[in-house]
Design a protein around this ligand. Structure first.
Ligand code: PLP
Length: 366
């Protein structure tokens, strides 16, 4: 069976070596030494200023929303994982959806600008599938309108934009380190803010609002990461280059195998952006119509290969947002997209098998 993804596990001895220290110190959570070490290594590796390691990508988003003061309407993308929208609603905000770009699947800056009103307190955009948004345009809109821009960079550990980590852009960026992401700590997230006071506020919020044992400043929650999670992160950081190289190789092999269908326009990959280097953490493809997508999907499943229809339906169709909005591009993309399997120990032979099923599923009319 070929799943859409499978978590990477480092050699067990590497993890066990870090457990020895945890057992010696008997320090399991609450801002421990491995959490600090992990934050420092991530900062160095990605060139970030004081990233905060938190319990999940969703917590990183929600702490950022609170720290940036998002309230009322927030303009956001309808093409992302549900957490981008649910985090906003959980924080008491009203998502207002702007349509996406047809080729990159990231939110369209012109649509964002058109959706902003006097009630809008911020913009939340996703670097979907590890491909950067039009950051120049979105950051400029945020500045011109005087509202913060938050990037959901859950898919985008190690994606770069103009040579810098994509996490260093916007007023804040939130990354997920969940087991299914290209680089993970089992569960976990990273929050990076432009402004030091927002970072400090988020750091307090991460730990119930504690300033010291008896003093609290503002409402908080438990968004702390544990030493056991940080240990997994430290092990996996040592394998980051291999992880990224394998994802790229799988991506390139798919594209080579599907080159004829791509040249004929029958299969359309996600477009990149000249300023950005994606991390190839997903392999999304658009098929010619919903029927062909279904046919390819069913042919793959019949061979025990399990692609996913990320992300359909669009988030504007969730039953807790409304009223219904007419967003033709996202509706079209959501109806035709399929993400192919990609994971570290997927073999070339397995990639070729997926390719041959897709090629066969394009023979003849439906
Ligand atoms: C995975 C994901 C999240 C949530 O991250 P968790 O670490 O699972 O909480 C948020 N946004 C997007 C786009 C995601 O894919």
């Amino acid at each position: 069976m070929i799943p859409v993804t499978r978590p990477f596990l480092p050699p067990r001895a590497e993890y066990e070596a870090l457990l020895d220290g945890i057992w010696d110190r008997v320090w399991l959570t609450n801002n421990g030494p491995l959490v600090h070490q992990f934050q420092a290594q991530v900062a160095q590796r990605l060139g970030l200023v004081q990233p905060l390691y938190v319990a999940s990508g969703t917590m990183a988003l929600q702490l950022a929303m609170k720290a940036l003061g998002l309230e009322g309407d927030v303009v956001t993308t309808p093409f992302s994982y549900v957490a981008t929208t649910s985090a906003l609603v959980w924080e008491g905000c009203t998502p207002v959806f702007a349509d996406i770009e047809r080729d990159t699947f990231t939110v369209d800056p012109a649509a964002v600008d058109a959706a902003i009103t006097h009630r809008t307190s911020g913009i939340v955009a996703t670097h979907v599938f590890g491909t950067a948004c039009d950051i120049d345009a979105l950051d400029a809109i945020g500045r011109a309108r005087g509202i913060p821009v938050l990037y959901d960079a859950a898919h985008s550990f190690a994606t770069t934009y103009r040579g810098c980590s994509v996490l260093s852009y916007g007023d804040a960026s939130a990354c997920s380190l969940h087991a299914t992401k290209v680089f993970h700590t089992v569960e976990g997230g990273l929050l990076v803010t432009r402004d030091e006071s927002a970072r400090d506020a988020a750091e307090r919020m991460r730990n119930f609002g504690h300033v010291d044992y008896t003093t609290f400043d503002g409402v908080g929650i438990n968004a702390k990461a544990s030493e056991l999670h940080a240990a997994m992160g430290l092990c996996n950081l040592g394998h980051l280059d291999e992880l990224l190289a394998r994802r790229r190789a799988i991506h390139d092999r798919y594209h080579a195998g599907l080159a004829d269908l791509i040249a004929d326009g029958r299969v359309v990959p996600q477009a990149g952006r000249a300023e950005a280097v994606p991390n190839h953490s997903y392999v999304p493809l658009l098929f010619e119509d919903a029927e062909r997508r279904q046919h390819v999907h069913d042919a793959l499943v019949a061979r025990d290969i399990h692609p996913r229809q990320y992300f359909s339906p669009g988030l504007h169709e969730l039953n807790y947002v409304g009223p219904p909005q007419n967003l033709p591009v996202v509706e079209d993309v959501a109806a035709r997209i399929l993400c192919l399997p990609t994971y570290h120990d997927m073999t070339d032979q397995q990639v070729d098998e997926v390719v041959s099923v897709i090629v066969d599923a394009h023979q003849g009319p439906l």
